[in-house]
Ligand binder design. Structure first.
Ligand code: SF4
Length: 420
C-alpha cells in the first residue's frame, strides 16, 4: 500500500509575487481566516467518510501533513490547530515514523512569526517549517514582488536557528542581474543560520515575462546550480532531489511522497490530489483530481457535497484518470529527480514482473544515448533482477529536462502491459 499524506492549501498571501503560478490571493481579497478554517473543517466532515469508505482504505495511516500556500503562517496557531483537530476527529491516524512523530510542515513567510507564535506552532505539533526567504538581496526581493525585507528574513532565521528548529530555506536563483558570485553569497548567508534543508529553485517564468530581462545565460545558470550544490555539500546538506538538499535524516517526507508515487489528498481551494493504483474503481494507473480554484466555487461545492458519492463532486474537468503513457512519464521523471534514481526494483514492483521487464528494456533503449553522453549513469548490474537502475549524473542534473524529454511517453507509443 502506498504511503499517504494530506496537503492543506492556505492561499492567503501578503503580496502577489510576480513569478508565482500557484493558486493564491492577497489576504485582503479572501474571507477572514476563521471562515476559511470552517470551510476546511466542512470539507473534511463532508468528504472523509466517502473517501475512506469507497476510495482509499480506512486503515491507511497518514505519513505527513503539509500546510502550503500562500502563506499559512498568516493563520494563527489556534486556527492551524483547529484544522489538525478536524483531521484527527475524522479518523486519520498518524503513522509513526522512525523518530516516532509524523511530519507536519508549515510554510512561513519572513516577518510573519514571533517568538510566541513559534512556541505555539511547536506546541500544537508542527515539526518542520519552510521559509520563503528567496534571496538576501533587497532589490531582487522587490523586483520579484516580495514584501518582506532582508532584515525580516534575518530575524525569522535567527528565531528558528536559536530554537534549534527543523526548517527548510527556499532559495530562488537565476534572478535578473544575478551573478554566480551573488548566488554563492546568498547560499553562504543562508548556511549561517543552519537550515537542515534547502530547496533551490531556478526562476521559471514564461517567455516575454519582465523577469526574463537581464538574466544570466543558461550556462551561467547551470554554474549557479553547481555552486549551490558545492557549498551545500561542504556544509553537509546533500542533494536528494534535483532541487532539494538536506542533512541526512532531514529530507522532506511529504515531498518524497510526490516523488515516490505516494498518495495524497489535497484539501482547500485549488488543491490537487493523486491516488495511485486506483484499481478498485476505474483505472490501474492512478487518478488526479482537484478542487475549484475560487472561494465561491469551493464554498458552493461544499454546500452541495452531501452525497456519499465522492466522485460526483469531481466532474471530468477536475478529474484526470491516468493512461499508462502518462503514468510512465510521471513515474520515470519523478524517480530520476531523486538522487537514488529510477531503480529496476521500483519498476518491477509497480508494473509487475512481466510488464516491468518490458518497460525496463524500453527505458534502457531510450536512456542509452544519455548514458553515452554522461548525463545519466546506469548503476548496478545490467541484469534487471539485481539491484541497479539509472540516475542523473552531476553533469545531467542541471540538464534534467533533456533527460525527461527522452522519457516522455505519448499515446502514440501504443504501450500496453499485462495486467498488474
Ligand atoms: S507568497 Fe508564495 S504563493 Fe503567494 S504569491 Fe508569493 S510565491 Fe506565490
Amino acid at each position: 500500500m502506498s504511503r499517504f499524506g494530506l496537503y492543506v492549501h492556505i492561499p492567503y498571501c501578503l503580496q502577489i509575487c510576480t513569478y508565482c503560478d500557484f493558486v493564491k490571493f492577497e489576504a485582503k481579497d479572501l474571507p477572514p481566516a476563521d471562515e476559511y478554517v470552517s470551510l476546511l473543517e466542512e470539507e473534511l466532515a463532508v468528504r472523509t467518510s466517502a473517501f475512506r469508505d469507497s476510495i482509499w482504505p480506512k486503515t491507511t495511516p497518514v505519513h505527513s501533513i503539509y500546510f502550503g500556500g500562500g502563506t499559512p503562517s498568516l493563520f494563527s496557531p489556534s486556527q492551524i490547530l483547529a484544522i489538525l483537530k478536524g483531521i484527527a476527529t475524522n479518523g486519520f491516524v498518524p503513522a509513526s515514523g522512525a523518530s516516532g512523530a509524523m511530519e507536519i510542515s508549515l510554510e512561513i513567510n519572513p516577518g510573519t512569526i514571533t517568538p510566541e507564535s513559534l512556541d505555539e506552532f511547536l506546541k500544537i505539533g508542527i515539526t518542520r517549517f519552510s521559509v520563503g526567504a528567496q534571496t538576501f538581496d533587497e532589490n531582487r526581493l522587490k523586483v520579484t514582488g516580495r514584501k518582506h525585507t532582508v532584515q525580516e528574513t534575518i530575524a525569522t532565521l535567527e528565531l528558528l536557528a536559536n530554537k534549534g528548529v527543523n526548517y527548510s530555506f527556499d532559495l530562488l536563483f537565476g534572478l535578473p542581474g544575478q551573478t554566480v558570485a551573488d548566488v554563492r553569497k546568498d547560499v553562504r548567508r543562508a548556511l549561517e543560520f543552519q537550515p537542515s534543508h534547502l530547496s533551490a529553485y531556478n526562476l521559471t517564468v514564461p517567455t516575454g515575462h519582465p523577469l526574463n530581462k537581464g538574466r544570466a545565460s543558461d550556462g551561467h545558470q547551470a554554474e549557479m546550480f553547481e555552486v549551490i550544490e558545492d557549498e551545500l555539500k561542504t556544509a553537509g546538506l546533500l542533494c536528494y532531489e534535483v532541487s532539494n538538499f538536506a542533512k541526512p535524516g532531514f529530507e522532506s517526507q511529504h515531498n518524497l511522497l510526490y516523488w515516490t508515487d505516494g498518495a495524497y489528498w489535497g484539501l482547500g481551494i485549488g488543491s490537487h490530489s493523486y491516488l495511485p493504483n486506483w484499481a478498485s474503481t476505474h483505472s490501474p494507473w492512478g487518478v488526479r483530481f482537484w478542487n475549484p480554484a475560487t472561494v465561491r466555487a469551493y464554498r458552493d461545492e461544499l454546500k452541495r457535497a452531501r452525497s456519499a458519492q465522492f466522485w460526483s463532486d469531481f466532474p471530468e474537468q477536475r478529474r484526470e484518470v491516468l493512461a499508462l503513457h502518462e503514468l510512465l512519464t510521471d513515474f520515470s521523471h519523478t524517480s530520476l529527480r531523486r538522487l537514488s534514481g529510477l531503480s529496476f526494483r521500483s519498476v518491477l514492483q509497480k508494473f509487475g514482473p512481466a510488464g516491468g521487464r518490458m518497460l525496463l528494456s524500453e527505458f534502457d533503449r531510450r536512456l542509452a544515448p544519455l548514458v553515452e553522453t554522461a548525463l545519466v549513469q546506469k548503476f548496478g548490474a545490467s541484469d534487471f533482477h539485481s539491484d541497479g537502475g539509472w540516475r542523473l549524473t552531476p553533469k545531467g542534473r542541471p540538464l534534467a529536462d533533456r533527460v525527461f524529454e527522452a522519457l516522455t511517453f505519448l499515446e502514440s507509443d501504443k504501450l500496453s502491459l499485462p495486467e498488474v
